[in-house]
Structure formats: C-alpha cells, structure tokens
Design a protein around this ligand. Sequence first.
Ligand SMILES: [Zn+2]
Length: 449
Amino acid sequence: MKCKLLVRASHLLLMLVFLTVLGSAAIAASPADAQAGKSDTVTYVHCGTLIDEVSDAPRQNVLLEIAGGKFRSITDYTAGFAKSAGAAFIDLGVETCVPGLVDSHTHILLQGDQKPGQYDEQILKWSLPYRTILGTRSARRALEYGFTTIRDVETEGAYYADVSVRDAIKQGVIPGPRMVVVTRALNVTGAYAIKGYDPAWTFPHGVQVVDGPVECRKAVREQIANGADWIKVYADQHVSTADVVHSIPTFTSEELHAIVDEAHREKHKVAAHAMGLEGVHNAVEAGVDSIEHGAYIADDDLKTMVAHGIWYVPTLYIFIYADEIHQADGFPGWKGGVEIHAETFRRALKAGVKIAFGTDVGGFEWTINPAKEFPLMVQYGMTPAQALRAATVSGAELVDMRDQIGSVEPGKLADLDAVSGNPLSDIKVLEDVNFVMKEGVVYKRPEKH
Ligand SMILES: [Zn+2]
C-alpha cells in the first residue's frame, strides 16, 4: 500500500514484524521567466569548481555559456571575459557546480504517509483537487532541493494527477522538476490498501486492481493512452524478516509477463516494487526495467540484473525513517531490516548492478530533504563520486535522457545546481543546494546574489 512500510499490531503479537511496502529560498522564476530562459537570451555562469560528470576530475574556474535553455559553450573563466550585449552573468565563484540531480523514486501526491493513520487519511479524506494542489507544492520543493528531474512512481489513488502536474510544469504554468510519471500502479485483488474495513463497504484503492493477463494488458494500454511514461507494478507483499527475506508474490508469472510484454511492445518501461526474494525473482525473470526498494535480492538475481541491465533503485533512507516512526509509536520496527537492506546494497554494488538514486520521498514528508539518501549510499559502500553519479548520469540513463541531462556538456539542457563545499569529500553538502537552474531558468540562488 502505499509505498509504505506499515507495521501491523497483529503481527507483533506473533513476534514477527511484517512489512507491507506499499508500495528555504523562495522560487525565483515565474512562468514568464521560464519562457525567457528558453529564448535566445544568453546567460553566463562562473563556477569556482565544476563537476561536469564528463571530466576525470573537477574543473576549476569554468565559464558556462547558456542560451535557449541549453549549455552552449564551456570554457575557462577569465575576469573581464567578453560578454555579449544584454547577457546575464551569475557568479558562483565560491561554489561547486554539479549537474541538476535526478530522484528516480518519488511520490509528489503523498505527503508523508508512513505516519500511523496518514495513508487512510490522505486517500479517504482528502479530495483529489486538494491532493493535486499539495502535489504541486511537493514538485516545487523537489526543485528547490536541486532535483531538476524526478521519476514519480505512482499517484496512490490520485488517478492521473501526476500527468496534469507533469504537463503544467512542462508548459511553464507552475515551477517544478521535469517529471517522468507512472500514473496508477498495478496490483492484484486483495493485496493493497485501502484494506481492513468492513467488507460490506467499498473503498477506493491506492492502485489499479487487475487480475489475469487480459486485464493486466488492458490496464497497461489504458495507462499509456492516459499519459503514463512508465508502468509500475507491485511484485510482492508481506515481507518477513530473516537473513533471507521472503515475500509473497502478488502477480503470477503469466500476469507479470503480460504487463512487461505489453509495456515493452508500446516502447514503455516497467518499474517493479519488490522487497523480498520471491518478488524480486519473479520481476527480474519477467524482464522488468527497474527493481524498487529491493530489501533483499538473491545473488543469482543480481547476476541476472547485471546481464539484462536491470536497474536497482534501493531507497535506503525511507527504511530508516520508517523504523524511527514505528519505534516512536511504540513498535519495534523491522528488526534487522535496515542491515539486510544495507547488505543487499553492498552485494549489488560489488556485483556491478546499475544503481540509481531514489528516495521514496512522499513516504516521508516533503519538508525532509531527500538528499539524505546520499550519505547512506556512501555509508553502505559507494564513494561520494559514485553516489553523485547515481543521481546524475545514472538517473539520466534510467529515464532514457542521457543525451539531454545528467552531465554539463554543450548541447545538453542547462540543468545546474551549486553547493558550498566539495561533495566529493563531504557528500552531505548536497543536502544544502543553494543554486538551482533548470533549462537555463534560475529557480534558486545564493542569498548573496
Ligand atoms: Zn515508493
């Protein structure tokens, strides 16, 4: 339910904890500014340091020339350089510039559903228009944090609201990151919230419920027709804890294959929420394109992921957050779960699986900066450079935009963040992005400017 880690009291009585994984500065630019950024107006940006994700090492004192929303040239900066008439100049001489970041697992239409009662509150009591209004605020916050692109992986009962927000951003109506959306995730009867009420009543679902390969195929067609960029499936439920985490698959193999086959036939990709051995295995065997969360992944499945180029989007922070929430609420949390997840991350890294940065923000409140994921990736074995790359080059590749974003190169979209300090020695500085540009438009700048 809900990209959600929910501890249920009945499970505690059995001394087992089951997890059901459901699933600063003001914005500176107006829609008019957004249009201006895409015009031929030239903007120069001086970066004291630039991590361009192309060079072997950071470059010092670089001048970026930006026009038409793209990087036009990248040269050494010299004071008094010849700037064309009417051009703007932004001096980030004491900052480190990095490519705009990509969060590959977000939920703009959830506002922290992990807290007890919040999922039912949001799905049952909040109107779709109100949830969408809050979704626009979440999108703006993502941009303020420095995420210029997000893959938003399910509306949780808000139908196709993600398509509307994506398109409003694209049209310059509201500020926000570039969005890749999945619309309504797919799950089978009985596997997803809203659950646990009198069966005499009918309640809305957080997903689109489908059973059998025919319904699966039809739902994929329907979602793509309604604007979905990716398809999202829930591959398992009821995760139990042990050294090997087991789960109960939701879809049959036949159903999962139908979903993947139909999505791929229509040139769309599939993200699979999968937490335990069986769910991950079935999803990998069905040929999905990304495994979301993957608390436990068997070594053989890691090998298959490498062989087929299947992405791993681990979402590390949400597990720690959920543990804290549950413990604060008097529950023990998922005993050992965080360690199991960390161990899976280490094995995946060692095996050479493609790992992209993703956070599950929305599961935790949007007032918490999703960049908290970075230090965990480093703590669990990545170098700071690898962690940054997971949110730049890898994120760009995951959303099939490697030719447009993910690095600072002439011809690419001018998505640029800046921080004080050096993220390659202290990854935590990415939690305090003080300059954000998307397609040449400045949405946030250091206070001194
Ligand atoms: Zn999620």
